[in-house]
Design a protein around this ligand. Structure first.
Ligand SMILES: Cc1cc2nc3c(=O)[nH]c(=O)nc-3n(C[C@H](O)[C@H](O)[C@H](O)COP(=O)(O)OP(=O)(O)OC[C@H]3O[C@@H](n4cnc5c(N)ncnc54)[C@H](O)[C@@H]3O)c2cc1C
Length: 398
């Protein structure tokens, strides 16, 4: 693909927004089409954590390490590009504290942290006294704790809108309320996109439709094993700050890495700038069932009380949730679809798409324009036809 070509991006979530920005800056003629409002999908239904703490050595950790430096660069660029008064991205290196409360949990956590350190993660084992200095209200039943100062966060909706605003400044168009229905083909090659509002010419199409990417890919005639994995977060009323980091129980890492369809709950507790405390997180595969269910809230609350007993008496204000874009091997799909010339994917980030959006966009940009290091190992790790995904490519639509 050359720099001047026409690209249609399906989805104006944070992943589509980040890609639109880098491609438009490189001179491509970019249209982003979303059937709803921008940042109205999963990117508005989750937190904005950018975590190294929950990632073991491997491709996703390396993408996260790349994304942390990308956020530092892009924040500075956005500050220079966007008008005064554009809301702040609320980027902060808040740091994560992972706590174990059982002997088995402690053994697993310390071994995990050691493997992470070998892969370049800052993972400091802290003793009880230090853990309680960091989090005075943390349970006294600690068996181990590890501090991850690199863990960061961003406000996902503001970040998405900022990336889209920057893309627009470089010529991109963002169409809201425009559903993509399928391709216009010449033979097997894509020459355009059919939408509910007419046809858009395209030399390349990027599917960045989050948990709906499987459905969108099916409209382009190719199965893609991206499915929704529901997550729910409980929000307390405002209070004086009593939680200072992102605090997880040691089970969180196991829940993230598990592909189980049944409900999995582990504690992720943190304060917001507004004074509320967010209590996550559940993981469950139940299709696009968006009900907020009492059994899930009860499980979330019970786990959180193990970390912070004071939460027992705190009033709850609301709950919200969304669908993580789940792929069976837990890695995103970033790159060309060899089955359909002109079709590209940037999806399947599950619970890490906010954080990984920038590195994803850089990787896809370089692959689409034939730039960057052709030997960049990460390109192969996330390709659609990687060995771990091949068994899932047949009949995976929906
Ligand atoms: C409870 C919860 C907590 C989370 N916490 C975090 C976190 O702390 N950190 C983190 O990094 N990630 C987190 N995530 C995951 C993160 O939210 C997602 O990985 C990310 O938002 C995916 O972004 P996206 O742009 O791929 O998808 P989306 O934001 O879902 O955007 C896809 C867009 O595609 C559009 N679309 C779908 N079909 C069509 C069509 N046919 N035509 C046109 N448009 C279409 C949709 O309307 C939508 O706007 C969390 C998720 C949940 C549910």
């Amino acid at each position: 693909m050359s720099h001047r070509q026409k690209v249609v991006i399906v989805g104006a979530g944070i992943v589509g927004a980040a890609i639109a920005r880098v491609l438009a800056r490189s001179g491509a003629d970019v249209v982003v089409a979303d059937r709803g409002p921008s940042a109205g999908g999963t990117s508005s239904g989750g937190e904005g954590n950018i975590l190294v703490s929950d990632k073991g050595p491997g491709a996703e950790l390396r993408l996260t390490q790349r994304t942390l430096s990308a956020w530092a660069r892009v924040r500075a660029e956005l500050r220079a590009e966007l008008p005064d008064g554009f809301p702040d991205l609320e980027f902060e290196h808040k740091g994560g504290l992972v706590a174990a409360t059982t002997t088995a949990g402690a053994t697993a956590l310390l071994a995990f942290a050691e493997s992470q350190r070998a892969a370049g993660v800052i993972a400091e084992v802290v003793d009880d006294a230090r853990a309680h200095e960091l989090e005075p209200d943390l349970t006294r039943d600690l068996t181990a704790a590890v501090l991850y100062p690199q863990d960061a966060q961003v406000q996902p909706v503001i970040a998405t809108e900022a990336l889209l605003a920057s893309a627009r400044r470089h010529g991109a168009r963002v169409l809201q309320g425009v559903e993509v229905l399928g391709p216009v083909l010449s033979g097997q090659t894509i020459t355009g996109v059919r939408t509910a509002a007419g046809t858009l010419p395209a030399d390349a199409v990027v599917i960045a439709a989050g948990p709906w990417s499987g459905e969108v890919a099916a409209r382009f005639g190719v199965p893609l094993p991206v499915r929704p994995r529901r997550g729910t977060v409980l929000v307390t009323s405002r209070m004086r700050q009593r939680v200072f980091h992102k605090v997880y129980d040691a089970d969180y890492v196991g829940a993230v890495g598990s592909g189980a369809a049944d409900l999995m709950v582990s504690s992720v507790v943190e304060s917001t700038a507004a004074g509320t405390v967010l209590i996550g997180s559940s993981r469950e595969r139940r299709g696009f069932d968006d009900r907020i269910e009492a059994r899930v809230l009860a499980a979330l609350a019970a786990k959180a009380l193990l970390l912070f007993p004071f939460l027992a008496d705190v009033p709850v204000m609301r709950a919200y949730g969304g669908f993580r874009p789940f792929v069976p091997d837990h890695l995103p799909v970033i790159g060309a679809d060899p089955r359909r010339p002109g079709l590209w994917h940037a999806t399947g980030h599950e619970g890490a798409g906010i954080g990984l959006s920038l590195a994803t966009a850089d990787l896809l940009h370089d692959a689409m324009l034939g730039l960057g290091d052709p030997n960049d190992a990460l390109r192969d790790e996330f390709r659609l036809d990687r060995p771990s995904l091949l068994p899932h490519l047949e009949g995976a639509a929906g």
